[in-house]
Design a protein around this ligand. Structure first.
Ligand SMILES: Nc1ncnc2c1ncn2[C@@H]1O[C@H](COP(=O)(O)OP(=O)(O)O)[C@@H](O)[C@H]1O
Ligand SMILES: [Mg+2]
Length: 349
């Protein structure tokens, strides 16, 4: 029996479930509370956006799923993954550099990172890097892998693919490198694609192209997508479901249209107001969220957003708000929506 198989239950339609994930880093200076009880699900073939400002724990959450965290990390919770045969593997039970985890990273859950140069090898040709998973996990010959590598480069829109396949990453522009990263992820025939701020390092026109490419690839290969970004505007047309993250917690989650049309959490409202294009009408002011994200060293005793919240009340400092269901799939963690909200004394509206 594989480790973690048969012992964990998850919804039949889900390919990934993250349940109450916490990640801490034990540092000389103290403990960094990077992820504080995050739960979300990815239905097979669907897309989920994880959105929040820098430092709120998006990358640490995604690295937990593929077990790429440094040794100083301490993780609790469960990450359930549905295998091709329907069985469930609890990823948190696997050894990070063991055979099972390498199999999952090699052909099940692929990642695209923010900065392609840090994940592409500078000393290997693109062909060698694209072929790796095909040779190791798909039993291809070198010639077959090369043919597929060229096909993949063509698929992600790299011109002169037959020539480019023998080049090194430094010979390509930033946009082309990000396309190679996407091709590399696809070379694994994965079922889940995690894209961690895949366009942040690119200029605006390239951002749109790369996002379109990711969307096309998701449809073409029926991938389940986790799209991580600090920009709520980016996920608007790309995902089915959004999780809004703040200080290591998901403060609101729901179907993308519902979150856009009717954001409930003051932080989500703030993110909405800080998107220039989305609010549409010309002349409308873009309002950044005041203040900055507090230190992740601090232990939270109240709502994590309290200090910056325009709707805060006395009770917000006194307890962490529970998750409340406010729509069939819409949840919010905010004292405004806990029972007895009418009695709240809004001190800074
Ligand atoms: N290797 C690490 N050691 C210590 N702290 C870390 C490490 N990686 C991330 N952190 C901290 O964890 C928190 C979440 O980081 P991260 O997930 O990278 O944020 P995001 O991706 O949302 O910008 C931050 O406070 C960050 O400083
Ligand atoms: Mg990040």
């Amino acid at each position: 029996m594989k480790v973690g198989v048969l012992m964990d239950k998850m919804d039949q339609d889900h390919i990934l479930e993250v349940q109450d994930l916490t990640v801490k880093f034990l540092m000389d200076e103290g403990t960094v509370h990077a992820v504080n009880g995050v739960s979300f699900v990815v239905p097979a073939g669907k897309s989920v956006g994880i959105v929040g400002e820098s430092g709120c724990g998006k990358t640490v959450s995604s690295y937990s799923i593929t077990q790429l965290l440094p040794k100083s990390a301490r993780l609790t919770g469960r990450i359930l993954f549905r295998e091709r045969d329907g069985q469930v593997t609890n990823i948190t039970n696997l050894t990070p550099d063991g055979k099972e985890m390498r199999r999952i990273r090699g052909k099940e859950i692929a990642m695209i990172f923010q900065e392609p140069m840090s994940s592409l090898s500078p000393v290997h040709t693109i062909c060698n890097q694209l072929s790796e998973a095909m040779l190791q996990f798909q039993g291809m010959t070198k010639r077959q892998a090369r043919t597929r590598a060229v096909e993949l480069l063509q698929l992600v829109g790299i011109p002169y693919a037959e020539r480019r396949v023998d080049e090194y990453p430094f010979q390509l522009s930033g946009g082309m490198r990000q396309r190679v990263m996407i091709a590399m992820a696809l070379s694994r025939n994965p079922r889940v694609l995690i894209a961690d701020e895949p366009t942040t390092a690119l200029d605006v026109t390239l951002q749109a192209q790369v996002l379109r490419l990711i969307q096309d690839m998701q449809n073409e290969f029926n991938l389940s997508l986790v799209l991580i970004t600090h920009d709520l505007g980016v996920v608007a047309h790309m995902v089915d479901h959004v999780c809004i993250m703040y200080m290591g917690q998901i403060v609101e989650s729901g179907p993308v249209k519902e979150i856009y049309d009717d954001p409930k959490h003051p932080y989500t409202k703030g993110l909405m107001n800080s998107i220039p294009k989305l609010r549409g009408r010309r002349g409308e002011r873009v309002v950044p969220i005041s203040g900055s994200v507090p230190s992740a060293y601090a232990v939270q005793t109240g709502c994590p957003f309290c200090e910056r919240c325009p709707e805060r009340s006395k009770r917000c400092t006194q307890g962490i708000p529970q998750r409340v269901k406010i729509g069939s799939e819409h949840y919010v963690c905010c004292h405004l929506y806990q029972s007895g909200k009418e009695e709240q004394d809004v001190i800074n509206a």
